[in-house]
Design a protein around this ligand. Sequence first.
Ligand code: CP
Ligand code: NVA
Length: 310
Amino acid sequence: MQKDFLSILDLTSDELSGCLDLAARLKADRPLRRNAPTANALEGRHVAMLFDKPSLRTMATFEIAVRELGGEIIEPPADSTLGGREALSDVALNLERWVAAAIIRTFAQARLVEFARVTSRLHVVNALSDAEHPCQALADMLTLRERWGALDGRVLTFVGDGNNVATSLAQAGAMLGLRVRVASPDGYQLSNHIVEAATAGGRLGSIERFVDAGEAVAGADAVYTDTWTSMGQEDESAARRRAFQPYQANAALLAKAKPDAVFMHCLPAHRGEEVTDEVIDSTASIVLEQSENRLHTEKALLAMLLAERR
Ligand code: CP
Ligand code: NVA
């Protein structure tokens, strides 16, 4: 396994499947608490959380994950680490002397790549960048596997912005054999290089882009959406509300999917914008299963990443 987890593409498909297998075992073992086989996996090791943007799920689940694996968390303030007080490379090289891993949420993916590049031992985990949200995709794949068993050939349709969440979802889905469809307005589509890289090398699954949301949802097994205005894009929210209105996950759109289709969202949801109450509160909605599985998949990820090098 590579030193860092900055992208789903940092994993082989076997590593991705292995991470989901381990997450399922850790989920089953959780009631054992301190008697779980992995309760001391990170004993004596520290993990730094560096967050440049708000978070509920990612922050909470990583903190709990580290503690349940027997490790310790430090949370130096973002203005002392990512805010330009000193060079990012100096922050990384200092942290490497104290901690085993840094879990980072920031804007440009390039900042994560730089952090990872200058360190030789520090494991860097992408807790969301403008470009990718790989930890979310791990939880999403576990959630679908729990629901369906094998993923091969299932149709997963994402409606909305082709940015971070859609990118990681499409990468993981293509790796595990899903037929991923992504419907976005012109100007907000997944880019060619993302689709090409995610489907290169004989992937089992596929990625297809659409402009028409109804066409993309027709016959889907799962419908997924995300906010129309991601963190850092608040100045664009009026234009985005107009562009994405036809992509709202409402009852009429969901009616085009298979009758037993599930609804997914990474959260936080903006009820009445990208999703209606009726859909997110329906029995088809598995958003809280996704949220719960953030914990189990992140425990598995940390156990795998930190097990290999000390
Ligand atoms: N889905 C997700 O990453 O949620 P947070 O922004 O609350 O961490
Ligand atoms: N696309 C959203 C995801 C939040 C988890 C954002 O970047 O704000």
